[in-house]
Design a protein around this ligand. Structure first.
Ligand code: GTP
Ligand code: MG
Length: 308
């Protein structure tokens, strides 16, 4: 069924949901859809929320959603790869539904599986965010579990990146430094109702001293999401960062970098797809496992694949 672009622009929940499915399933018309809506993007503030499993990301998103809707803002939420059906994305969806947000035209929630998907998850997520942005949402939040490459991709997608840690993250902070520490515009120390919160905050500020790219000093916000504590401060920090981005005229260059990366990613996907014909796929198997023969080097194999 054709999707009416005006319905998306008017925030029609069913039109948005249909558009997202088209992108998610790479159905025909996905490219045209993004082409059409793209000019209408750029007004939403994109917030990435990442951190270790169970840190309280969804609980924070839930509480922030309340604050934002109370102040008259409309919200889009994308949760990528919920760790399990019992936590994370699915749960967040349930929670929002229970609170009646599903009837609320101003809140749209979608969870996306990255595992077992046909690939292109960060491209697709970017496109889902575009759809929500074009539908007039003031704020789009992207939640993803920070276990590897994904947190860096979230940072690439967001105007403001929030890294959520908990008091128990202490030992792991060294290991995470390379990834999480570099990308955060705001640190949230959640579960501050537990022991060790202040020590962890001291740890974070100490490791920030090692960052040398700092024309923005990352905020550290202490929250206890389940008790709704620190959420107002978090929202204020997000707003401060957004203001800083626009006052320094950085939002434009951030978006340009994002666009460049998206183009590169799509090209990569396309070239990959073009190269891997069925014939080459089965030839590769054959080249590697020819009976009794030591396989050629990867370069030799590639040379032979290119011949077909
Ligand atoms: N003590 C305490 N527990 C919290 C707090 N915030 C969240 N939790 C609990 O921590 C658990 C995980 O919370 P979620 O919000 O689902 O965490 P998440 O980071 O979204 O989890 P994944 O998406 O599975 O990685 C839940 O049982 C929450 O109730 C907090 O501030 N203090
Ligand atoms: Mg979650």
């Amino acid at each position: 069924m054709a999707i009416n672009i005006d319905d998306i622009y008017n925030g029609d929940l069913r039109a948005i949901a249909r558009a997202i499915s088209v992108v998610e399933n790479s159905s025909s018309g996905a490219t045209e859809l993004i082409e059409k809506i793209y000019p209408n993007t750029g007004s939403a503030h994109r917030i990435g929320i990442t951190g270790p499993p169970g840190a309280g990301k969804s609980t924070l998103v839930d509480k922030l959603t309340h604050l934002y809707t109370e102040s008259g803002k409309s919200i889009g939420i994308v949760a990528i790869d919920p760790t399990s059906p019992f936590s994370g994305g699915a749960l967040l969806g349930d929670r929002l539904r229970l609170q009646g947000f599903s009837l609320n035209k101003d809140v749209f929630f979608r969870s996306m599986a990255s595992r077992g998907s046909s690939g292109g998850i960060s491209r697709k997520t970017g496109e889902v965010v575009d759809i929500l942005d074009s539908s007039g949402k003031d704020v789009v939040m992207i939640e993803t579990v920070g276990v590897g490459q994904s947190e860096l991709e979230v940072a690439g997608m967001a105007d403001t990146t929030i890294v959520v840690l908990v008091p128990e993250s202490g030992d792991g902070i060294q290991a995470m430094k390379a990834g999480l520490m570099e990308i955060a515009d705001i640190f949230v120390l959640n579960k501050s109702d537990r022991e060790g919160a202040d020590l962890m905050i001291a740890n974070i500020s100490e490791s920030l001293e090692l960052r040398d790219d700092l024309n923005w000093t990352p905020k550290i916000v202490k929250t206890s999401a389940i008790n709704n504590e620190g959420i107002v401060e978090l929202k204020e920090s997000i707003e401060e960062h957004a203001e800083w981005l626009s006052s320094e005229e950085l939002i434009g260059s951030k978006r340009n970098i994002r666009l460049i990366n998206r183009v590169k990613e799509i090209i990569l996907e396309e070239l990959n797809e073009q190269f891997w014909t069925d014939e080459r796929r089965s030839l590769l198997e054959k080249f590697v496992s020819e009976n009794g023969k030591k396989p050629d080097s990867p370069y030799k194999i590639i040379e032979n694949l290119k011949k077909v």
